[in-house]
Ligand binder design. Structure first.
Ligand code: SF4
Length: 235
């Protein structure tokens, strides 16, 4: 939030961006957050898709929509005159009426057009969690006689997740009989990650920055990066 606030002051003269296009480049603002702010606070006609909206859309359409198809379906349904109210209603509908295990179809305002009326939920099995192993390099050094510094890279502004946030540099698969510094587990949506953290691994020509340890609490770090830095007693 602090990193985003600095961009708003520096690049937007202190005026909060009001469209998805101008919100997305802010650190920590992804597609969902940008759409929610733009539609609810500024009335931009863009749909929001979160987990609750996904479930409603799948049940209403009777199709196992995923990825971009969900955003398209949500935008097709959107009331462009009241996008903020519509988006909040869809999220609330999924949270309190079209719930995962017991959709209250008899009280649902979408019962007429709904293709499944709960049937999809009855047969729906949660997708199995995928397993992935990923690797990160933890480089730190003593900076100018002061505190230690950690080398971090910034995620691209165009990323759909955690855009503009800072993280450790990723590495390709490591082997060769050397043990990692430590391993942490981390889950994001449907994937369980085994995260190997390597110290002193080969540094490629990355476009990153050495960040003093004392500044780490003030910058926008990904959740996984916070977990790793905490485990390394750097945060
Ligand atoms: S009718 Fe039932 S399944 Fe369909 S959207 Fe409403 S609560 Fe969900």
């Amino acid at each position: 939030m602090h990193a985003a606030a600095k961009v708003i002051v520096g690049k937007h003269g202190g005026r909060f961006p009001s469209t998805v296009e101008t919100l997305l480049p802010l650190p920590g603002i992804g597609r969902y957050t940008a759409a929610a702010i733009a539609s609810i606070a500024f009335g931009e006609p863009v749909a929001v898709v979160d987990g609750n909206v996904e479930r409603v859309l799948r049940r209403v359409s009777g199709e196992r929509l995923a990825g971009e198809a969900l955003w398209t379906a949500a935008n097709d349904l959107l009331d462009a005159n009241c996008p903020g109210d519509f988006n909040q209603a869809m999220m609330e509908l999924g949270a309190v009426v079209c719930t995962p295990r017991a959709p209250a179809c008899l009280t649902c305002p979408l019962i007429e057009p709904c293709a499944t009326r709960g049937e999809l939920a009855a047969t729906e099995k949660p997708p199995p969690q995928k397993k992935r192993e990923i690797h990160y390099a933890l480089h730190y050094r003593n900076g100018d006689g002061r505190d230690r510094e950690v080398f971090l890279v910034q995620r691209a502004r165009a990323e759909s997740l955690m855009a503009g946030m800072w993280e450790l540099p990723g590495l390709p698969g490591m082997n060769g009989g050397v043990a990692p510094l430590f391993t942490v587990r981390h889950s994001i949506t449907t994937t369980d990650y085994t995260v190997r953290v390597w110290c002193g691994a080969q540094q490629s020509n990355l476009d990153g920055k050495w960040i003093p340890v004392e500044r780490l609490p003030k910058i926008a770090l990904t959740g996984l990066t916070r977990k790793i830095l905490s485990r390394a007693d750097l945060l």
